[in-house]
Design a binder for this molecule. Structure first.
Ligand code: MG
Length: 378
C-alpha cells in the first residue's frame, strides 16, 4: 500500500506570509528547499559540532553532513511511501538550522543563561526566527517567506503542542499533528544520528565490534551475515558492510512501520492525519528495538565519555561567560545586534547573537573579547 492518498496536496497550501506568483517550473516546496539551501544559516551548519568537536577527526560528521544524511533517509522514505519528497527534503535541510554552536551543550547553556531573565532558548524557536526575520535576502520581505506548511513542520519537528501551550507558535495549528511528510523528519534524524554516531565512535576507537554486538543483537546478526559472506575481509570493512545493512533495516522499519500504522489508523486523508490525536509515523517493532539498544549503547560508550564531557563543560562555561559579557557590556555587540537592543531586551539580543555563531566564530570572538585567554579547543 502506498500512502499517496496522504501526500500533501501542494496545490492546497495555506500559502506564504507575503503572496508570491507561482514559479514556472518549481513547486512551492522545491522553492522552499532552494531558499533554505541558499540561506546563510544553512551554510553555517558546516562549522557546527554534531557530536565530536574539532580535533577528533577530519572525517567525522558535522551538522551539515548530518543534515544531508537526514535528507537522504527522509527522501527515500517519502518516495517509497508515495509522499511529497520535496516537502520532506525542505524540512530535513532546515531541521537543525536553529542549533547554536557546540551542539546540545550550547543549547543547554543558552537556555540556562536565559532562565535567569525568566526567558528561554529553544533551537526550534530560533530556527523559526531565522527563516522569519534573520535571513535577509529579499527586498519585499524579511526572512525567507517560506510556506506555512514548512514553518509548521519546523516548529513541530520533534514535539506537538496543545492549544495555549506554546503561545509563540499559536498560528501553527496547536493540537493538530503535522502532515506525514513532516512527521518523517524526527525519525529520519534518529536513524541518521544513531548510525553515524556508531560509525564515528567506532572510527574513534571507543569500542569493538564485539561490544556493539553484545548490546545491539540486531547489529550482531547483520555483522555475522557479512562475515560469513566475506570471511577474508578486514574488520573495518565488515563494520561498514554491517552498518549499511543496519541503516537499511532502520529505514525499511520506518517505511513499513509507518505504512502499517497509517493503514491501522483508519485515516483517509491529510485532514484525518492532522486530527489523529497522535503521530502515525513509527518504526516496525524490530527496528524500534534496535534503535533503543543503539541509543542506550551510544549513551554509555560515546556521549558520556570524559573527552566529550570535558568539551561540554568547557563549551557551557564559555557560552555562559560570553553571554554574561554582552549583558554587562552591550557596547561590545556589533551592529546590527546592538541596534536591536532598542526594541528588544538585551538578554534576548545577546542570546540570538551567540546562537547564530558557528563553533569557529565563537572561538574567535571569545578569544578577542577575553584577550590572552586560550580559546575553546585552542
Ligand atoms: Mg538533527
Amino acid at each position: 500500500m502506498s500512502l499517496v492518498a496522504f501526500r500533501f496536496p501542494v496545490d492546497r497550501l495555506a500559502g506564504r506570509r507575503y503572496p508570491e506568483a507561482p514559479h514556472p517550473f518549481r513547486s512551492e516546496f522545491q522553492r522552499d528547499r532552494d531558499r533554505i539551501v541558499h540561506a546563510r544559516a544553512f551554510r553555517r551548519l558546516e562549522d557546527k559540532t554534531q557530536v565530536f568537536g574539532e580535533g577528533f577527526s577530519d572525517h567525522f560528521r558535522n551538522r551539515l553532513t548530518h543534515t544531508i544524511e537526514v535528507a537522504q533517509i527522509a527522501r527515500t522514505a517519502a518516495s517509497a511511501l508515495g509522499l511529497d519528497e520535496d516537502f520532506t527534503e525542505a524540512l530535513s535541510l532546515a531541521h537543525d538550522i536553529g542549533h547554536p554552536p557546540f551542539a546540545h551543550a550550547g543549547e543547554d547553556a543558552l537556555n540556562a543563561a536565559m532562565k535567569r531573565f525568566g526567558d528561554s532558548f529553544d533551537h526550534n524557536v530560533h530556527a523559526l526566527h531565522i527563516v522569519e526575520y534573520f535571513e535577509s535576502r529579499y527586498a519585499r520581505f524579511p526572512g525567507l517567506n517560506l510556506t506555512f506548511e514548512v514553518r509548521e513542520g519546523m516548529v513541530k519537528h520533534s514535539r506537538d503542542f496543545l492549544p495555549g501551550e506554546r503561545p509563540e507558535f499559536k498560528e501553527y495549528l496547536p493540537g493538530l499533528r503535522p502532515p506525514v511528510e513532516a512527521q518523517l523528519i524526527d525519525l529520519a534524524d534518529e536513524i541518521a544520528y544513531n548510525t553515524a554516531d556508531l560509525d564515528d565512535g567506532y572510527s574513534a576507537g571507543l569500542f569493538s565490534i564485539g561490544e556493539i554486538a553484545a548490546s545491539v543483537p540486531g547489529y550482531g546478526s547483520l555483522f555475522g551475515e557479512v562475515r560469513s559472506l566475506y570471511p577474508e575481509a578486514q574488520d573495518g570493512i565488515l563494520f561498514q558492510e554491517a552498518l549499511r545493512k543496519l541503516i537499511d533495516l532502520l529505514a525499511s522499519g520506518l517505511i513499513e512501520g509507518t505504512r502499517d500504522a497509517v493503514a491501522a489508523s483508519g485515516c483517509k486523508d491529510v485532514e484525518d492525519v492532522r486530527r489523529a490525536g497522535r503521530r502515525l509515523v513509527t518504526m516496525r517493532q524490530d527496528a524500534a528495538a534496535a534503535t533503543r539498544q543503539l541509543k542506550d549503547f551510544l549513551h554509555r560508550r560515546v556521549y558520556s565519555i570524559e573527552p566529550l564531557q570535558a568539551e561540554r563543560r568547557r563549551a557551557t562555561d564559555q557560552i555562559w561567560r560570553l553571554f554574561e559579557h554582552y549583558v554587562q557590556s552591550p557596547e561590545r555587540l556589533p551592529e546590527p545586534h546592538l541596534g536591536r537592543t532598542a526594541r528588544l531586551p538585551l538578554h534576548r539580543v545577546a542570546c540570538d547573537y551567540i546562537a547564530g555563531m558557528t563553533d569557529g566564530f565563537f572561538r574567535r570572538t571569545y578569544a578577542r573579547e577575553f584577550g590572552s585567554e586560550t580559546p575553546l579547543n585552542g
